[in-house]
Design a protein around this ligand. Structure first.
Ligand code: MYA
Length: 450
């Protein structure tokens, strides 16, 4: 009902949604047909692995030429002024919905979290000799400036991620925040940016990447749909995000989405640093149940999942753990992050405050002595996740979020309908660069969203 005709969750799980309205035929992908990515028409038959072997010696040492009047820059996002420039570019020119009603509005704190990795990441990567090159992080924050005005007009970024694709763990870069100023669109600048970040990855011995996009490109490894759960239905209605279903009324809609004031799970509390080990352990076992997932180190859980009260930064991620009151073991956790969207041209509201479901895990995902069949375990997990996610909704509401978003990945289909999420019209396609594997119907697990 929200945004779109109702789509049954089960219908979304039948396969990868290639063939949607935005897909062109392969020959029209002038850039992508030259890249080491699977074609739409190919069948991957047991040839899982890299598509092209790269010799780092053969990789050009310099970036390719840009359009006349523009120059390459490497952004230093540790400097607030430069972080602010990226923030301003994205604020005015980043991803919009199809009708141009809403545009993502990443906060500076969010960007700091997403693209600027604190120094401990050096430690994470010391096992990988190739990445010891000094300055590697900065290198993956690539900008294009107008030569005269020095104005930032385009950006692309990557962060390192250890990605498990079935049994293989790949050192990847995760590419995000590709953005070209509206005045420079359709001038083939995006392929130039993509080639440049590819070059800088190859030079460091990174030959695979993962990325997500709302558009269809050759060829998704999986596709997810966005689901939205109203927390402030009236506001979502007023900004045009939600519609009034034909046989309903405004008061009825408001009542439908009401939530209890207090959470239900005993032992639920905000995550603290002392929980990091327990969360790494639980999350690692939980993610092992999926075909594609990042491999989290302790430092990465600390960075991505634990909120730190850095002075001057607004909170971006909220994580709650369930501590058993008797054993003090962590049995579950869930997290969500904040990402606002600007409302374009609405008199009453400027922003939608959205919470996005992030990682979670529960011991109930693993068979217990009482329930040893797969179906039993799934039923127990379903009950548990519904309680946990309902608590997440209650907390998000108390934090003044307007909407709670989730994708059709992880075990989300066990609670989306029951928790009154509605299917949105946005899809998120997941892609691997220079890696071939069979497609995954149920969605890929990756932070991102983004
Ligand atoms: S997804 C978010 C993308 N950003 C936005 O949607 C923000 C608003 N839009 C814009 O800023 C522009 O429209 C962009 C395109 C920059 C998207 N991913 O320059 P063009 C292809 C990949 O004339 P513009 C994210 O950040 C398009 O099919 N390719 O077009 C992840 C066409 O190719 P082909 C895209 O509109 C990014 C060509 O670009 C995308 O001015 C992952 C046209 O270029 C897209 N989202 O600019 C990047 N959109 O002719 C890939 C369009 O073949 C990373 N195109 O159809 C790959 C891994 C690299 C590292 C590898 C390491 C080993």
């Amino acid at each position: 009902e929200d945004m779109l005709r109702k789509l049954k969750v089960s219908e979304l799980l039948t396969g990868v949604a290639v063939g949607g309205k935005k897909q062109k035929d392969m020959e029209s992908y002038k850039f992508w047909q030259t890249q080491p990515v699977p074609r739409f028409d190919e069948q991957a038959q047991g040839e899982e692995g890299p598509i092209k072997m790269i010799d780092p010696e053969q990789v050009p040492k310099e970036p390719s030429a840009l359009l006349e009047g523009f120059e390459w820059v490497t952004m230093d996002l540790a400097q607030n002024a430069q972080l602010g420039e990226v923030f301003d570019l994205l604020k005015g020119h980043y991803v919009e919905d199809d009708e141009a009603m809403f545009r993502f509005n990443y906060s500076a704190s969010f960007l700091n979290w997403q693209v600027y990795q604190p120094p401990y990441r050096d430690y994470v990567l010391t096992s990988d000799r190739a990445l010891k090159a000094p300055g590697w992080r900065k290198d993956w924050h690539i900008g294009v400036r107008a030569t005269q005005s020095k104005r930032l007009v385009a950006f692309i970024s990557g962060v390192p991620v250890q990605l498990r694709v079935r049994e293989n763990v790949l050192s990847c870069s995760e590419i995000n925040f590709l953005c070209v100023h509206k005045k420079l669109r359709s001038k083939r600048l995006a392929p130039v940016l993509i080639k440049e970040i590819t070059r800088r990855c190859y030079i460091l011995g990174i030959f695979q990447a993962i990325y997500t996009a709302g558009v269809v490109l050759p060829k998704p490894v999986s596709s997810c749909r966005y689901f939205h759960r109203s927390l402030d239905w009236l506001k979502l209605y007023e900004v045009g995000f939600s519609s009034l279903p034909p046989r309903s009324t405004k008061p009825r809609q408001i009542t439908k989405y009401q939530l209890p004031r207090t959470t239900a799970t005993p032992g639920l509390r905000p995550m603290e640093r002392k929980d990091v080990d327990a969360v790494v352990d639980l999350l690692t076992r939980y993610l092992a149940r999926f075909d594609i997932a990042p491999v989290f180190s302790k430092d990465e859980v600390d960075h991505w999942i634990l909120h730190k009260n850095a002075p001057g930064y607004e909170q971006v991620v909220w994580t709650y753990v369930v501590e058993d009151p008797e054993t003090h073991k962590i049995s579950d956790f869930f997290s969500f992050y904040r990402l606002e969207s600007s409302v374009i041209g609405n008199k009453k509201h400027d922003f939608i405050r959205a919470a996005y479901l992030f990682y979670y895990a529960s011991e109930t995902a693993f068979a217990s002595e009482e329930s040893d069949s797969k179906a039993d375990t799934r039923a127990v997990l379903k009950v548990r996740l519904n309680v946990l996610i309902n608590d997440a909704l209650i907390l998000a509401k108390s934090l003044d979020f307007d909407v709670f978003n989730a994708l059709t990945l992880l075990d989300n289909t066990l609670f989306l309908e029951q928790q009154k999420f509605g299917a949105g019209d946005g899809q998120l396609h997941y892609y691997l660069y220079n890696y071939r594997t069979t497609t995954i119907p149920g969605g890929v697990d990756l932070k991102n969203n983004i």
